[in-house]
Design a binder for this molecule. Sequence first.
Ligand code: ZN
Length: 874
Amino acid sequence: MSSARAAPVEIHLADYRAPDFYIDRVDLVFDLVPQETRVRSTLQVRRQGAHDRPLVLDGEGLTLLSVAVDGRPLAAEEFVRDEVSLRLPIPGDTAVVQIENTLNPAANTALEGLYVSSGNFCTQCEPEGFRRITYFIDRPDVLARYTVTLIADAEPYPVLLANGNPVSAEALPGGRHMARWVDPHPKPSYLFALVAGKLHAVRDEFVTQSGKRVDLAIYVEAHNLDRCAHAMDSLKRAMRWDEEVYGREYDLDVFNIVAVDDFNMGAMENKGLNIFNSRYILARPDTATDADYAGIESVVAHEYFHNWSGNRVTCRDWFQLSLKEGFTVFRDQEFSADMGSRAVKRIADVNVLRQFQFAEDAGPQKHPVQPKSYREINNFYTSTVYNKGAEVVRMQRNLLGAEKFRAGTDLYFSRFDGQAVTIEDFFGCMSEVSGLDLQPFRRWYDVAGTPVLTVSDAVDGGRYQLTLRQSLPGQAGIEPFMLPFTVALFDANGHPVPLDGQAEHTLVLRELEQTVSWAIPDAKRPLVPSLNRGFTAPVQVDYPYTPEQLAVLSRADTDDFNRWDAFLRLMQHVLLARIRAAAEQGKPGTDTLPEDLSTAFGALLHHANDDPMFVAECITLPTESYLADQFSHDTPVVWIHQERRRLRAELAAAWASTLHLLYRNHEPQGAYHFDGRSAGQRALRRQVLSYLCALDEPAWWQLAAQQFATANNMTESFNALLALSVTGGSLFEEKMQAFEARWRQDPLVMDKWFALQAQRTDGSALARVQSLMAHPAFSFKNPNRVRALLGSFSRGNLLHFHAADGESYRWFADRIIELDAMNPQIAARMASVFNTWRRFDGGRAAAMRAVLEKLHDRPDCSPDLAEITGKALG
Ligand code: ZN
């Protein structure tokens, strides 16, 4: 396949112009052959406005066979073609353009456009893959009605799928067959999809609120038929939820999902034909963990919800990406919250935001939720667009209240149905239904960086006073953000202190500095403010909490999110102080476990019987990479690793018997079931076992080995391995081998094993990763395998990836170069681990910088990788 691309140019939001032509109808006929697929396309085009510019179609890596306009074939000198486009004159205001081209799906390793995965044809068109299938105006504001005919050999490709509803199918001479699909809804080209292959379906049905029956199917390879039940169940619950919560009904006769093994992202919301990375569909109790079950539930829902937020109402251009992604993430977050524990879901979502989005926002790849320019749009499917985008929608919901927000989304869906619109249009609706002036709120879409809210308090004449000051790191003279900020107050015993008689207040901040005060009853000092409860705004709160205050909140805050956050701050406080001290002294600390922390830990354990999932979240230590993110220079990788371990062992030693009791009391009974209570028990046992195994006592390792041997589900068996991995040793080695022997034929399960191997800190991790590249279950062409082994090594093994000699950096960069030739999207994502180079000491920083330069300066560097490495170098 030709990988030649146009020299990347910077594309600016400010340069948006409506297209010169619209395409109202598309008729596509595919003759599917792996090495040479033929596409015949018939386009009904319509001139937009009065101009005499030619029709310019996008097309990349295609072989053009013929072009005709209104039935007349064009001679070669009548059109102009280059690497990325085809231009032809259109005589009147409308025309029928017919194009024939071929392409080679079998050679497509970039997994963008039409490709072959496990012998089946599938597509990925978002954002700009359709131009790799046929010539088209490949931008989201060109909406067309599609008819698609698929022709293929019947034996290897019995199943032929496309968007919309099936209308006909027939056998053809020579062992071939055809199927035709019509999608009645106008859609942009990025939502086009087809699938052809040897697939088997799990079927079900759904009756919509207005009584229409929809046939549901999940297509997988035959051996995976017994792993679709959870995805199907999640789909039906998502369909019902969108009717109940947003009044959104499904709009076709069929809804099809296909699971494919080779996929760059999580899943894709193609109209009526969602295509999924198989890891977000396939689950059986013995192969998938609770985290996998939760991931499937949320991704299935996410893609389904796009049917309205993304498909029926779509984006005008790619600068509006968060219009669909931020909103849809918010929708899937709320769905999952309604299906399980709301507080735990919020904790998980904020964890993702802080670990990935805050880091992105503080580094060279920082950009607003609505970027102002890009070179390669694939690089903008980011945590900022998705997760911060969701927070920005959540703030609007919180500012308006649930009822008005619903009125706003109703207005948005009805007013813009069938159109390609902007972020402005969305919050215009919110403003219209609420009468709120949201203009100041726009800054959340326009300004990069995580705002800091510096809070101070005082008690004065029976009043409690808070002063809140906004700032943006590294920027002077900023304009204020508008944000909802919920606060409450506690006394030193943890009793709530009403503010003007109310348990909590939601402030709407609009000024750079604001002071508010409330009358308070007499209360036992010191008073303890609970700030940004439920994480109402995506900001860093900077308040000089004492350990004593944090201990009070972690025991008594009535907001579970802040209770979790207080304990996290307490752990972080101790850990960071110890890491800094160790780095200064050049040797591990010897101080004893602080009393406040130990007591708070114990108090949480005593709450575990009521809410095991919540307590499991609370006692989870911050990850090494999160701790590393807290350093702006000379990140002390060795001390982060060692001090985190030391704290784990100390807490375990102080509370060993309680931990052991919890372990035994929460043993789940009977067959595996994915529900809040039993998943919570497993989550608690996972944490408990990891603490216990951090002690240098073989009895606890035996307990983990026992769990590994007797578990009837993947969650418990893999958690045992995780616990054993902390101390390494021959028992761990033995169980890893047993796991491999049992699962080596199962790639998704092996991803867990590869990831755990890559994160091991015993022995030479680099040598281990190098040799695992040759493991029969590994494939460099499969993004899931690459993420499991290489992604986990670079992001999950702080100690060894950042080894002082720079060997890991150099080896990893050479793998990125190899990846770039096959799959630039994945190469670019892997390379972003080097974004942080400035935050390391001189030797490491120089080594990381050198590999960035090496990656960037290659003549054949892809635009994807060039943009990432270029920004990292600054
Ligand atoms: Zn999405």
